[in-house]
Design a protein around this ligand. Structure first.
Ligand code: SAH
Length: 261
């Protein structure tokens, strides 16, 4: 490629937050507005792109669990090519770029090519989800820490040891915030139930912060029934722990599935 004459463009990994454009940081808005090329994940809300320059080239590279998506290597190559062409590149990622967004891999790939990207934090979905129900993730009387964890099995097909995680949550009084957990809900539930009581409070929040948000508060024992009954699906966050007792009273009503048994 004959790119040596052009100065390298800037690359910025920008956290778009959980969906509500008002949760964007000022830095994110500035970076989006200044970009000439924006590579966008599919969990990025449309309102966020309203800040883009109308002349900017928007490239959708979204990926969704189980669906065909742009391969990671292609996304990384697109960023490099645009930077070598002197473009001001924004890689717009849902939530925070450094929480389960493969932001770490993208930064490493850029560095290998001699580009040091700027990273702009976003509000991660796991934080926005329970806040949207009016409850905190930590509380002096209910949880002294938080674990952000993925429900998605690793490359080798091995998942987390949910029972060990449940034991830690129980012994250390930690809130569990589970990303990408819906399709593994059964495995997560049975693993956690070996360590935590069936009446441990759980909240599931789908599309947190968006107008289409839906949620369910339930217990660990009734989690699957609740998911089925409410038809909740991805993208969703599951929160496990006593902090869920702090959700707004109107949302705390048990799922009809629980009532029906
Ligand atoms: N970097 C992102 C997470 C990417 S992993 C962040 O910081 O939020 C994708 C997972 O994030 C989804 O499967 C889901 O578990 C969660 N997620 C992303 N946006 C969400 C939203 N608006 N509501 C609920 N969960 C969301």
């Amino acid at each position: 490629m004959t790119t040596s004459a052009l100065p390298l463009g800037q690359v910025t990994l920008v956290g778009a937050g959980p969906g509500d454009p008002e949760l964007l940081t000022l830095k994110a808005v500035k970076a989006i507005a200044a970009a000439s090329v924006i590579l966008v994940d599919d969990l990025v809300g449309d309102g966020v792109l309203a800040h883009a320059d109308p002349a900017a080239r928007i490239v959708y590279v979204g990926k969704r669990g189980g669906c065909k998506s742009t391969p990671q290597a292609t996304i990384e190559q697109l960023m490099l090519d645009a930077a070598h062409a002197g473009e001001n590149v924004v890689r717009l990622k849902g939530g925070d770029p450094f929480i389960f967004g493969r932001g770490g891999e993208e930064v490493e790939s850029l560095r290998r090519a001699g580009i040091e990207p700027v990273v702009v934090n976003g509000v991660t979905a796991g934080l926005a989800a329970l806040t949207s129900l009016g409850a905190p993730l930590t509380h002096r009387d209910r949880a002294q820490g938080v674990v952000f964890v993925t429900g998605h099995p690793q490359k080798n097909g091995q998942g987390l040891n949910w029972t060990r995680l449940g034991e830690s949550a129980r012994d250390l009084r930690l809130t569990l915030v589970i990303y990408m957990g819906i399709s593994s809900a059964e495995r997560i539930q049975s693993g956690l139930l070996a360590a935590l009581p069936a009446d441990t409070p759980v909240a599931v929040i789908e599309r947190a912060s968006l107008p289409t948000q839906r949620q369910c508060t339930t217990t660990l024992g009734d989690l699957l029934g609740c998911l089925r009954h409410e038809g909740l699906g991805s993208p969703a966050i599951m929160v496990v722990g006593d902090v869920v007792l702090g959700v707004r009273a109107a949302l705390r009503a048990p799922c009809p599935a629980e009532v029906a048994g």
